[in-house]
Design a protein around this ligand. Sequence first.
Ligand SMILES: *[C@@H]1O[C@H](CO)[C@@H](O)[C@H](O)[C@H]1NC(C)=O
Ligand SMILES: *[C@@H]1O[C@H](CO)[C@@H](O)[C@H](O)[C@H]1NC(C)=O
Length: 428
Amino acid sequence: MKLSWLSVALLGAGAANALDVISVKGNKFFDSKGKQFFMKGVAYQLTPADPLVDAEQCSRDATLMKTLGANTIRVYHVDPKADHSKCMATFADAGIYTLIDLDTFDTYILPNDPWWNQTQHDRYAEVMDAFIDFNNVLGFFIGNEIIAMANQSQVAPFIKSATRDMKAYRDKKGYRKVPIGYSAADIAELRPMLQDYLTCGGREADNVDFFALNSYEWCDKTTYAVSGYANLQKTAENFPVPIFFSETGCNVPGPRLFDDQEAIFGPEMVNDWSGSIVYEWIEEANHYGLISYGPKVEPTVTGKNIEGGFTRAGTPQPVTPDFENLRSKWATITPKGVASSDYTPTDLSTRACPTSTKDGWLINGNVALPTVGETFQGTFTPTPTANPSDTGSAASPSSTKNPAPPNKEIAGMSIGLVGVMLIFTLWL
Ligand SMILES: *[C@@H]1O[C@H](CO)[C@@H](O)[C@H](O)[C@H]1NC(C)=O
Ligand SMILES: *[C@@H]1O[C@H](CO)[C@@H](O)[C@H](O)[C@H]1NC(C)=O
């Protein structure tokens, strides 16, 4: 029957757009029907290269992610010039949203020698241009762990400048208001100053649309109170924008039980947090993988799709028992949240811009943000238009608990990234 072929084709074509667009209201995510959206996510970066270009690989992975119960992936590096349409459609068909980092290896903001210039601006904009039309883009990151050590908070105003300029670019182009936020390392001395700073000052146009934390505080078996999550919750209460875990899933001692998912979606946290991204999809030397594409080999072995001792493409096989532990955990967790129509975000609390602390928060109050092209001069001038209520508040770290961040591999944060960049530099 002719019609059935046509409708199948139409279904296929329309499917990429079939996923509801997610948007922000208050400190929560909602789909277009007004249902609150909670992230059950996975970090997805197989090599330093863009993982959203190989349609067959995306399809194999998306199928198993659906089995896992994931509804979001986080991708750290993409190539804006590549064609992402097939992978994005495949993930949309599997009910999976994407969080995309706007920065790439040669554009990210440097913590010790910060600047934000037109070249970076234009390269970030290219990534936005490449992804903005996909309905299943949930958000963009302005950076991942740009601040990787307690003494690097001087770069925070540059993070805010980049956010301001990319939000302005998005709005000037008339694009969908895809939220733009930051993914922070979990550094006790800078908590909660960084999250407060990125949302303070009273100018919504300068502030992140969401704040996300890479946190490995919860190591099974533990509890809400002992893990450190109770402290994270304290500073997230009534936060002015959505807050979620952009990496989580401590793997010591193992196996991973993912009990933190019960806390994140449980009564203490579910009103303030929008879920989490579990680190990570592929098994690498750091042993955070939920799947592997083949047995580990010697790091010196080379071959098709083999890098750093691991096969990085093929048919994903669940890592036992971690994959099943997460699958069964997520299967029992179905947070209802609040309906958009029943939700009036009146009790949100925007904190004042924090004053500097001797422990490492180096930004004193609501400083003037760097303009495009500005390089760090060693100080920040106070903003001339400071709102008296935003001139600073004495904040103190909410917790001293801060296990060393895991040693990241090819995917993920700055430490891994610096290593990869070194390798690239040596090759050149
Ligand atoms: C931005 O900074 C980089 C690194 O210093 C430089 O290569 C580039 O030319 C700068 N762009 C502009 C527009 O000045
Ligand atoms: C920041 O701390 C690291 C490690 O403790 C140290 O190596 C680095 O020199 C410090 N940087 C500054 C600017 O003080």
